[in-house]
Every structure is written in structure tokens, then in C-alpha cells.
Design a protein around this ligand. Structure first.
Ligand code: OGA
Ligand code: MN
Length: 201
């Protein structure tokens, strides 16, 4: 396990980092309750792929339901999580001079059986997303539940990969341009807050 300052070191050395307990227990549980309440109110939408004119729904590619974070009317737990992410953004800018300007993100709920096929996070023709971040919001996740984030280290060698379990409080971040990755289907519902530190347009 590594601390916040080491996230910058790991990103610099190998392009990705994983930190357990990035969020305290009470905080990620409150966020999980928020996503579930939004879902119950019908406020999550089937996620699409692509951007602008390329945008399309693609249930065969990704099965998550999402809600983009707004800047207004943010709940207290969400404000707290965003302020921790902003502190991380400051550290990454200071240590790595990445010029990260803002965070865009969404809550995501993958129903049991849903995944997200192998992809990269940068939209075609846009390199604004520099660092991808995913915060997991699931209690007592076990390997047998599936649902790992699979990060591929080398496009050519599918066996060179690492699996991160979506355990509550865990943060994973990686360079958006570099890593192909996928979300393996899970046997149970899988909750997260996923987003990107972006450079200025
Ligand atoms: C994404 C994504 C990974 C995860 O939303 O683009 O790759 O572990 N999410 O949820
Ligand atoms: Mn992704």
C-alpha cells in the first residue's frame, strides 16, 4: 500500500498507481449510498462511447450506467471526495509538472454481468484527458466476484497485465494515453466514481 505522495512517484516510474484507503470508510460508503439513491430515482443513464458526432450508445462495449458530476448542488461526501482528488491533482502538478487543470467525472453503476471492453480513455482527436482515476465504492469485494479493472502493460502481450479489485476506498490512476484497460464482468453490482484530470483546452 502506498500514500498519496507516492502516487506521484508510481505514476512517474511506471505510469500507474493504486492506493488503498484513499477514501475513509464512512466517506466511500456515503458515496455508494448516493449512487444507489440516484439509481433508485432513475437518474443514471446508459453510458455511451465516443464524443461529439462520434457519440453512440454501445451496450456491447460497456454496460455501466452513469451520472456525470455537476459542479452545483454537490453533496457533502462528494465535495469531500472531490477536494481529496483536487489535493492529488495539486501534488501531481507539483511533482510531475503535468499541467492538470480540472477533473471531470461520473458515478458509475455496473449491474451484475456488465463490463467495459478493452479501450483507452482518450477520445479520438483529443488529448485533454491526461490521468484517469477510478475510486471504488464496494463493500467486501472478493476476487471470486470478478469485476476487476484489468490494466494492460503492453498492447502486444495480453498476458502482461494487472488486475485491480474494486474494493471500497481504493483509488487507481494511470496515464490515459498509455494504458489499454477493461472492466471484467462481475457477479454483483459494482459501483465507482470514475474521472479524468484534464489539461486546459
Ligand atoms: C472507464 C473505466 C474502469 C473501472 O470508466 O473508462 O475504464 O475500473 N473504468 O471502473
Ligand atoms: Mn476507461
Amino acid at each position: 500500500m502506498i500514500g498519496t505522495e507516492s502516487v506521484a512517484d508510481a505514476l512517474a516510474e511506471r505510469g500507474w498507481a493504486c492506493m488503498h484507503e484513499f477514501l475513509p470508510d464512512a466517506l466511500w460508503r456515503a458515496l455508494a449510498a448516493e449512487v444507489q439513491a440516484e439509481h433508485a430515482r432513475g437518474r443514471l443513464r446508459a453510458a455511451g462511447v465516443g464524443r461529439g458526432a462520434d457519440y453512440r450508445l454501445a451496450g456491447d462495449v460497456r454496460g455501466d450506467r452513469i451520472r456525470w458530476l455537476e459542479t452545483t448542488a454537490v453533496s457533502r461526501p462528494l465535495r469531500e471526495a472531490l477536494s481529496r482528488l483536487d489535493a492529488l491533482r495539486g501534488t501531481l502538478n507539483r511533482e510531475l509538472q503535468l499541467g492538470l487543470f480540472e477533473f471531470e467525472g461520473h458515478f458509475a453503476l455496473y449491474p451484475a454481468g456488465a463490463g467495459y471492453r478493452i479501450h483507452r480513455d482518450q477520445h479520438r482527436g483529443s488529448r485533454l484527458r491526461v490521468v484517469s482515476c477510478v475510486l471504488y465504492l464496494n463493500a467486501q469485494w472478493e476476487a471470486a466476484h470478478g469485476g476487476a479493472l484489468r490494466l494492460y502493460f503492453d498492447e502486444a502481450a495480453e498476458q502482461a497485465h494487472c488486475d485491480v479489485l474494486p474494493e471500497g476506498g481504493t483509488l487507481v490512476c494511470f496515464l490515459s494515453e498509455r494504458f489499454w484497460h477493461e472492466v471484467l464482468p462481475a457477479r454483483r453490482e459494482r459501483l465507482s466514481l470514475a474521472g479524468w484530470f484534464r489539461r486546459r483546452d
